[in-house]
Structures are given as structure tokens and as C-alpha cells.
Design a protein around this ligand. Structure first.
Ligand code: NAG
Length: 253
């Protein structure tokens, strides 16, 4: 007893607290406290040009063999400068290879038209994406809500951008990080979006994208996207590369 016991006790306690500390680090709170979408967000500027996907989590809609030439283009339904009816979401990707068979959500090109709305005008960085069932004249909020009720609309949150529209020198966006709302699943390496039970809800709820204005992103931009995603508490392990070099978008919607 005495000295040896005390030394042993101290060592034991010290290693126990280290293990405990690791456990705590490995199990963050998900969603991370304060996780939300971008503040001072200029939706009109955001949709003013196509977005090229550099990395993303695979979804039922975009499985691994479609991670070629992925692009999103948004077109105001009510006409230029008018967001009142939401925007068509024209996703585009190629199967199996760069410039392979094209898949698109543009109805004009035989796809299943998607559209996005902003349910709350006060929060333009929180959109919802769902199937476009035709211009039925209802307000965006109502049509979006009904799509949500049918379980077909997914959250589309712009959670970070390179610049803020509140900045007097704001000249538009170079990159953006998109998630399907707050990432609720702790993975041991951060937080993931999706539904823990897999299943049908997971289809709409799993989403995480790195968008850039440039078709092929610079290493600097990719590093900025990585740093910001980590800061937000997102698990980067789910991301897969999208091939952009050599993609021909001339026929894309
Ligand atoms: C289209 O892409 C957006 C993100 O850009 C995503 O929210 C949506 O689920 C995609 N849908 C399909 C069918 O590809």
C-alpha cells in the first residue's frame, strides 16, 4: 500500500480519462450545435450560372457509376428575375464515363422534371427539391408543402459559400456546400446526413455536395471546401470524386 498504490491509481485514472476523452471526441453531437444554412444568402446570384459538382455522397439518384460530369442548372419557372414559382432543377450526369450516356432531370430532354422552392422567404438558403407536377398556379410555399407531405421533397440547404452577399465587395459565389438539411447521424468521424435506418427516408435525406462555378476546381478551392466542411462537423468520408475534366456540356440543360 501507500506510494505504489497511489502511483498505480494515478496512472489508472489518467489512462481512463484519456480513453474517455477519445470516446467523447469520436462521438460528436449530431447535428453539430448551431448547424444551419448560410446567412445573408443571395439566391438570385446563386442560381445565375450552372454549378459543377466536385465531390458528393452517392444517392439512389446518383449511384457510383454516374459520378461523371455532374452539373446542376437552375432556371426560374416564372421567367428571368422572378422566383415566385420556384426554379427548375436541371441535374445532369453521365453514365460509366466522361461524356457517356447522359441522364438529366430536364423534362425538355425526356427527364423527370425537378424543381426547387423556398418555403420561407426569410431563409433563402433553405430550399426544397421535389418533382415538378406542372404549373398549377399555387404559391411556391403551398406547392412545396404538398410535395413535402407526399414525402417526395428533400431539403436542399446551402450551408456555406465562399463569400457573403452582405459583403460590400460581393461579386457572386465561387463555391458552395449543400446538404439535405442538418446531418443527424454520428459516424465516429463527424456527422452524416440521411436516415439512420436506411430505408426510403434515407433516399430523400442523404445528400452532401461540393459545388464550384469552375468545371474543374483548383486545388485551392477544394482545400477551402474541405476546411469548411470539417469546420461544420461534416463527415468527409462519405464523399466521392466526380470526374469533370474533359466533360462536354454543350448538350446539357
Ligand atoms: C439533383 O441535384 C440536387 C442537388 O444539386 C439534389 O438535391 C437532387 O436530389 C438531385 N436529384 C436528382 C434526381 O438527381
Amino acid at each position: 500500500m501507500g506510494k505504489t498504490f497511489l502511483v498505480c491509481l494515478v496512472i489508472l485514472l489518467a489512462s481512463a480519462s484519456t480513453i474517455l476523452g477519445r470516446e467523447l471526441l469520436a462521438q460528436p453531437t449530431c447535428p453539430p450545435p448551431g448547424f444551419s444554412s448560410a446567412k445573408s444568402f443571395d439566391l438570385m446570384s446563386y442560381i445565375s450560372a450552372p454549378w459543377y459538382v466536385q465531390k458528393q455522397v452517392t444517392t439512389t439518384y446518383t449511384p457510383e457509376n454516374f459520378l461523371y460530369c455532374v452539373r446542376a442548372n437552375y432556371i426560374q419557372i416564372a421567367g428571368p428575375g422572378d422566383l415566385s414559382k420556384g426554379v427548375y432543377v436541371n441535374n445532369y450526369s453521365n453514365k460509366d464515363r466522361v461524356n457517356g450516356l447522359a441522364a438529366t432531370t430536364s423534362k425538355a430532354q425526356g427527364g423527370f422534371q425537378l424543381y426547387a422552392t423556398v418555403p420561407d422567404d426569410a431563409v433563402p438558403s433553405q430550399l426544397q427539391v421535389g418533382p415538378y407536377l406542372g404549373d398549377n398556379g399555387v404559391t411556391t410555399a403551398v406547392s412545396s408543402a404538398s410535395a413535402k407531405m407526399s414525402g417526395e421533397a428533400a431539403n436542399y440547404w446551402v450551408v456555406a459559400t465562399d463569400s457573403s452577399s452582405a459583403d460590400p465587395k460581393f461579386e457572386g459565389y465561387e463555391w458552395a456546400i449543400i446538404t439535405t438539411g442538418p446531418p443527424t447521424i454520428p459516424s465516429g468521424n463527424g456527422c452524416r446526413t440521411g436516415s439512420a435506418d436506411g430505408g426510403i427516408a434515407d433516399v430523400a435525406q442523404r445528400g452532401f455536395w461540393w459545388f464550384t462555378r469552375k468545371q474543374v476546381a483548383t486545388a485551392e478551392t477544394l482545400e477551402a471546401l474541405r476546411a469548411k466542411s470539417l469546420e461544420l462537423g461534416l463527415d468527409l468520408g462519405v464523399l466521392q470524386d466526380v470526374q469533370q475534366a474533359g466533360c462536354d456540356y454543350s448538350g446539357a440543360p
